[in-house]
Design a binder for this molecule. Structure first.
Ligand code: ZN
Length: 192
């Protein structure tokens, strides 16, 4: 990743939106935690949010697969974010694809109010289709980082999430039990 492309300073008279996206096991949460920790070291006020659906590993922390963690606020929906974020300089949102449709508008308002907003989430569902609202965020964001995993079959760079069960639920929360990172060549839609 180009370190120089990542902003480190407080916005001057404006905020912005950063997106960290990619498939599962690509280190999105790890990268989000890294940026938020840098802001904390700089004594910036940081608010960390995750949706209630993502209760893997820890109820009140965002935790990456390599077990780094930060205390976070767990929200059922996006309504409370504006109020919670009032004093924050930097707002980090993990698993943004599990929030409701208002999340993009709220993030735009926060950026317009001078805040640095960093969202992390999946850009594709398990069939390889765009996972809203990530495509909308890619249009709005000033900074985009696409993280790649390593294909668990062939070792190529992987940008897709392979579901290893035949469930047709769009959202099936879990990590290594149900999913693998796969490249374009090795990814397939289960049952097709
Ligand atoms: Zn592969």
């Amino acid at each position: 990743m180009m370190e120089s492309s990542i902003p480190h300073l407080l916005p001057k008279d404006t905020g912005w939106i950063e997106v960290i996206t990619g498939c599962m096991f690509s280190g999105k949460t790890e990268e989000l935690i890294r940026r938020l920790r840098r802001a904390q070291i700089a004594k910036q006020k940081v608010l960390i949010i995750k949706p209630a659906i993502d209760n893997r590993f820890s109820e009140n922390n965002i935790v990456s697969h390599n077990t780094q963690s930060l205390p976070s606020v767990v929200l059922e929906n996006s309504k409370a974010i504006n109020e919670l974020a009032r004093d924050a300089h930097v707002i980090g949102i993990d698993e943004v694809q599990f929030f409701d449709a208002d999340i993009l508008r709220i993030c735009k308002e926060l950026a317009a109010a001078g805040k640095r907003v960093i969202v992390a989430g999946l850009d594709q569902d398990y069939t390889g289709k765009p996972f809203e609202p990530l495509p909308q965020f890619l249009c709005e964001a000033e900074y985009i980082t696409k993280t790649l995993a390593i294909c668990m079959v062939c070792g190529n760079p992987a940008d897709r999430t392979q579901r290893t069960t035949v469930s047709k639920e769009k959202v099936l929360v879990g990590a290594s039990d149900f999913y693998e990172a796969r490249c374009r060549k090795c990814h397939y839609i289960p049952g097709e």
